[in-house]
Design a protein around this ligand. Structure first.
Ligand SMILES: [Fe+2]
Length: 350
């Protein structure tokens, strides 16, 4: 009898262990309470948009895109449409796109994405961006067709990027760096966003000396004006979850950490890792937002309320959007299932 009880207890423990390993992680880091003083900011990252003029979404393209990760590239246009629609409904005070805006820096993808961003702006919501490592031509930009194969297409270079996106941040900023796509953006009289670019420069993944000294001047300016500053980067400031530091952390991370500590920057937002994470070190909290293109299609919701910054993340509901549009595509109407399937396939192929 005792033996049987032991076996049952053992099985219960095994079950609880498995349930713990596979449980869904909570979707909220911090609860956002309703407040009449709150400023709501959406932070979305790594959408990796590809112009629909550059792909037939055929089998060869699907195979290729899966070899690059579990991004749902076949429906990337629909994902962005659903996101724009969501922003129009949610009406945040600001939308920040945290880099890796495009698949492989295709000039056409930037142009088509900008058209979508204009839709958000037309709804009265300002949009600012930072470049990621996929946004200027360090990779090969191509068009994809089952019939014609893969062909090279024009890539955006750092200068193109600055020209294309000038109005998404720098144009109306309090201070702009001459050497990179870095700027200090005024959200309101209390809050500013310090955007640091490590990608739209001549050298890949580098933060120049000029950018670093500009950042210090910008923080001095913010201090003089008594502003709270939140910083945004594409590559994270800290190592998360035992990642390879060389691949996952921004250039000059230690110098930036010192600078942020000196000027009281307590909150940093980044992307690049394609998973959600939070890490706190020396009074700085970094929130990493996952990729909008990858299951479960999270985006971040930042709230600033009288000096306090909080963050949570939520799912982009593509199937709800598809139903509202009256679409009949089953993949889109059951998007969670479809998108989870893409991630599963990617895991199996790794
Ligand atoms: Fe990315």
């Amino acid at each position: 009898m005792k033996q049987r009880i032991r076996i049952v207890l053992f099985l219960i423990l095994v079950f609880l262990g498995i349930a713990y390993l596979y449980h869904e992680r909570p979707e909220i880091f911090e609860d956002l309470r309703p407040s009449p003083y709150a400023l709501d900011i959406v932070y979305a990252s790594d959408m990796h948009y590809l112009s629909q003029q550059l792909t037939d979404n055929g089998e060869r393209f699907q195979e290729f895109s899966l070899s690059k990760g579990p991004k749902v590239m076949v429906y990337i246009d629909e994902i962005m449409e659903a996101f724009c629609d969501r922003m129009e409904k949610e009406q945040p005070d600001l939308v920040i796109l945290g880099g890796d805006l495009t698949f492989f820096a295709e000039y056409l993808s930037h142009l088509d994405l900008i058209e979508k961003l204009e839709r958000i702006e037309d709804a009265g919501i300002p949009v600012i961006v930072i470049p990621g490592n996929h946004d200027v031509g360090y990779y090969e930009a191509r068009s994809y067709s089952d019939e014609d194969g893969f062909e090279r297409t024009e890539e955006a270079d750092p200068e193109d990027f600055r020209e294309l996106y000038d109005r998404f941040g720098p144009e109306s900023a309090l201070s702009v760096c001459d050497d990179s796509f870095s700027y200090l953006y005024e959200v309101n009289e209390e809050l500013a966003v310090l955007s640091i670019d490590a990608n739209a420069q001549e050298e890949e993944d580098r933060i120049s000396e000029e950018t670093l000294s500009w950042a210090e001047e910008a923080l001095e300016l913010a201090e003089e004006e008594d502003r709270t500053v939140i910083a945004v980067l594409h590559e994270p400031l800290f190592v998360h979850d035992g990642d390879d530091e060389a691949l996952s952390v921004t250039d000059r991370a230690e110098e930036l950490q010192e600078l942020f500590s000196e000027y009281g920057v307590q909150t940093v937002f980044s992307g690049h890792l394609h998973y959600q994470s939070r890490r706190e070190e020396d009074g700085i909290t970094e929130y990493v937002t996952s990729s909008l293109a990858i299951y479960p299609h999270y985006y971040g919701q930042i709230r600033y309320d009288r000096g306090r910054v909080s963050y949570r993340y939520t799912r982009l509901n593509v199937s709800e959007w598809a139903a509202e549009q009256g679409l009949e595509n089953e993949d889109l109407l059951h998007f969670d299932e479809y998108s989870r399937g893409v991630t599963r396939k990617w895991w199996e192929q790794r």
